[in-house]
Ligand binder design. Structure first.
Ligand code: PLP
Length: 425
């Protein structure tokens, strides 16, 4: 039996309707910013494998770091025990994040990092004896993960309909734009004035899954400031935007006011191993100190603080200390901006946008933008045929490549995007 046949017999893939979907691509190797299939065909990994592989694939430096860690300590319980790698990366992250961040909590992926953040925010007020602050604010179109808390603060729709009756109530504000800024600000002030909000969770600057939708640092600054003025805990979900994606290390580096909690995952290990990290301020942490054990954050996972994952974080942070990494971040950001300028008035482009290494454009469909648009399938096939692995979000085609890509391959991707718009649409 071939790998594909065995896959069909034994594997259940994510986000896949088996009745209608085609065969998965069998990838047998990853090298720099390429994925390589069974026949040896190379594909540029234009979306960094679900936005994770910022340092490319099978990075030797990361591999050696993880291997050395494996020979020393692979894993140990993290309740009542610690290890040097977890301590090292916590200290490094705190120095990188600066501002009010002080305590690092470990979990396993992006969803758990936001789940933990929500629990921290709700329990903060519980521990303080404030029974009024039980509401949570999020932004329309949000995606914070697939666990129940994370789904509750996400956009309600096709993806989570079967579970909707199990979600906790969340207030959503409209996605902020230049046109509705005043309306959004008024609504936020009104809501926060009730004194009923425990927290406000947001994807800073770029909403990933809803179609790489972007909003300005100025409005983000205002929203975080208003939340602070009303003692509402601010949760920056940087699972997607962290680690150079917006052109700076973190999207919140584009604003002055410090959120209380930040969620990290994806690029933090360069896509090599899974980890979720939730970092809180000292003030948040202190609300959990008590003689009473039940006031502690009674949350954890078997793999919390896994030493191999921590070694991967350490390696990834080392790579971010290299000038060469930031040179590619700058190159992608510059070329993305130029491409957006070129295509924004193309008749087949509804809107085009860029924030650092993330570039996205909406293909004109005649109807509303939609995740289930048939352009998704068409575009995936076109780019795959041309040696580019792209996974559009409906009619939104986007590029957020690994920081190992070069000018030549970027030019090639843009040329195929041009061809797609000119000849296929
Ligand atoms: C902003 C944001 N938060 C949370 C998540 C969930 O992360 P994970 O898929 O690792 O659970 C994602 C995933 O795309 C994300 O983009």
């Amino acid at each position: 039996m071939s790998i594909l046949e065995k896959d069909k017999s034994f594997v259940w893939h994510p986000f896949t309707q088996y009745q209608t979907s085609g065969d998965p691509l069998v990838i047998v190797k990853g090298e720099d910013h390429y994925l390589i299939d069974e026949e040896g065909k190379k594909y540029i990994d234009a979306n960094s494998s679900w936005w994770t592989n910022v340092h490319g694939h099978s990075n030797k430096y990361l591999a050696e770091k993880v291997y050395e860690q494996f020979l020393t300590l692979d894993h140990s319980i993290f309740a009542g025990a610690t290890h040097p790698r977890a301590v090292e990366i916590s200290e490094r992250l705190i120095h990188l994040l600066k501002r009010d961040f002080q305590k690092v909590f470990f979990s396993d992926n992006g969803s758990t990092s936001t789940e933990v953040a929500l629990k921290m925010a709700f329990q903060y007020w519980y521990n303080k004896g404030d029974s009024k602050r039980k509401r949570m604010l999020a932004i329309e179109g949000a995606y914070h993960g697939d666990t129940f808390g994370a789904m509750s603060v996400g956009q309600r729709g096709y993806f989570n309909k079967p579970f909707e009756h199990l979600f906790f109530d969340v207030d959503f504000i409209p996605f902020p734009t230049e046109d509705n800024e005043e309306e959004v600000i008024q609504k936020v002030k009104e809501l926060f004035s009730t004194g009923e909000f425990a927290g406000f969770i947001f994807e800073p600057l770029v909403q990933g899954s809803s179609g790489m939708r972007m909003y300005s640092a100025e409005i983000l600054e205002k929203l975080v400031r208003i939340a602070k003025d009303h003692q509402v805990i601010t949760i920056a979900d940087e699972v997607m935007t962290g680690f150079g994606r917006t052109g700076k290390m973190f999207a919140i580096d584009h604003i002055q006011t410090s959120p209380d909690i930040i969620c990290l995952s994806k690029g933090i290990t360069g896509g090599s191993l899974p980890i979720g990290i939730t970092v809180a301020s000292q003030e948040m942490f202190e609300a959990f100190l008590d003689e009473d054990t039940t006031k502690a954050l009674l949350h954890g996972h078997s793999y919390t603080g896994n030493a191999l994952c921590c070694a991967a974080v350490s390696g990834s942070l080392d790579l971010f200390e290299r000038k060469a990494t930031w040179e590619v971040v700058d190159l992608i950001s510059k070329m993305n901006a130029e491409f957006v300028k070129e295509i924004k008035d193309h008749p087949k482009v509804r809107t085009a946008r860029v924030q650092g290494t993330i570039m996205a454009f909406e293909v004109e469909t005649g109807g509303a933008s939609n995740y289930f648009s048939n352009i998704k399938q068409m575009a995936s096939e076109f780019f795959l045929d041309n040696g580019i692995h792209l996974r559009p979000l409906g009619n939104v085609i986007f590029l957020n490549p690994p920081y190992t890509i070069n000018k030549e391959d970027l030019d090639y991707v843009y040329s195929k995007m041009r061809e797609f718009l000119n000849e296929k649409m």
